[in-house]
Ligand binder design. Structure first.
Ligand SMILES: Nc1nc2c(ncn2[C@@H]2O[C@H](COP(=O)(O)OP(=O)(O)O)[C@@H](O)[C@H]2O)c(=O)[nH]1
Ligand SMILES: [Mg+2]
Length: 299
């Protein structure tokens, strides 16, 4: 059990990161050496697939196995805190009662994008004592890529009844999913969807990890044991080899993204609004083409 002072400091850090308070940076710098001990499980899939319900089950299950669990619910499609946040909180009742730490991420990501902000929230949860952090994101193209950026294990949740959309998403799903879960298996079409996903996995390039396809019914808690076991298996696979390289590649990518943002911001300050405006006027008046204008501004 952590004593209460570091716990209070970590809770304050969570709020600073969420509020984009500049004090977050110094606090992260001061605590950096004590972070990095958490294993991150990304859970992605279409809105309404039952991700929150499922994460709730998995978090309670993991807590019962002795893990200290954090949950971050990221929803880039909902800029308003109220509704989505409250919805997630209500649906995650089970986990909250078991002492699982749950936060909804409702920020624009000024610390270097949504991915970076979420990463730092993971670090703050680690300071709270979490050794396992679930990150729930809406799988909407870009979001899929972002969750992989954070996750050591990525769970993709699908549901029957979405028709062609799933077909279209399949290639992407298979690329990012370490575990494919067909939720709402109480509904018709779940068996068929699971079969389709399985054949798609089997038809794909052979890999050192073939993502298992499992059926679950989160609302009833059915299939959660098997889903958890599959996560544990994938973690063991990662820790036996690929995890270190994987994390290094992701850290490089993260630094590159943040560096890009910082260099861009700094450059824009140097250029200033006046130069931008006069360049736009010259381009509009055909006294300069946009390519030359950009070259002049950039150098
Ligand atoms: N029939 C059925 N409904 C479910 C199941 N899991 C979740 N739901 C419902 O689906 C809706 C969306 O769930 P939610 O967890 O918020 O989905 P999210 O948007 O992916 O996080 C809620 O009304 C849940 O009660 C399931 O296994 N079967
Ligand atoms: Mg949700």
């Amino acid at each position: 059990m952590l004593d209460s002072q570091p716990q209070r400091a970590a809770a304050r850090l969570l709020s600073w990161i969420e509020d984009e308070d500049p004090r977050a940076v110094a606090a992260l710098q001061a605590t950096w050496s004590r972070t990095g001990n958490g294993y991150v499980i990304g859970v992605t899939g279409p809105p309404g697939a039952g991700k929150s319900t499922l994460v709730d089950c998995l978090a309670v299950h993991a807590a019962a196995q002795g893990h200290t669990v954090g949950v971050l619910a990221v929803d880039p499609t909902s800029p308003f805190s109220g509704g989505a946040v409250l919805g997630d909180r209500l649906r995650m009742n089970g986990a909250q009662q078991q002492g699982v730490f749950i936060r909804s991420v409702a920020t624009r990501g000024h610390l270097g994008g949504l991915t970076a902000t979420t990463r730092y929230l993971v670090n703050a949860l680690e300071l709270l004592g979490c050794d396992l952090v679930f990150v729930e994101t809406v799988g909407a193209g870009q979001g899929d890529v972002e969750v992989v950026q954070l996750a050591d294990t990525t769970v993709v949740v699908e549901v029957p009844g979405l028709g062609d959309e799933v077909q279209a998403q399949k290639a992407g799903i298979l690329e990012i999913g370490d575990l494919l879960l067909v939720n709402k298996s109480d509904r018709p079409g779940a068996d068929r969807l699971a079969q389709e996903l399985l054949s798609a996995v089997e038809l794909g390039e052979p890999r050192d990890w073939q993502p298992p396809v499992l059926q679950v019914t989160a609302i009833e808690g059915t299939g959660i044991d098997a889903a958890w076991d599959a996560i544990v298996d994938h973690r063991a696979h990662m820790e036996a080899g690929p995890l270190a390289d994987d994390r290094l590649a992701r850290q490089m990518h993260e630094l590159e993204q943040q560096l890009q943002q910082q260099l861009f911001r700094d450059r824009m300050v140097t250029i200033g609004d006046k130069a931008l405006r006069s360049a736009a006027e010259r381009v509009l008046a055909r006294r300069s083409d946009p390519f030359s204008a950009i070259n002049r501004l950039a150098n």
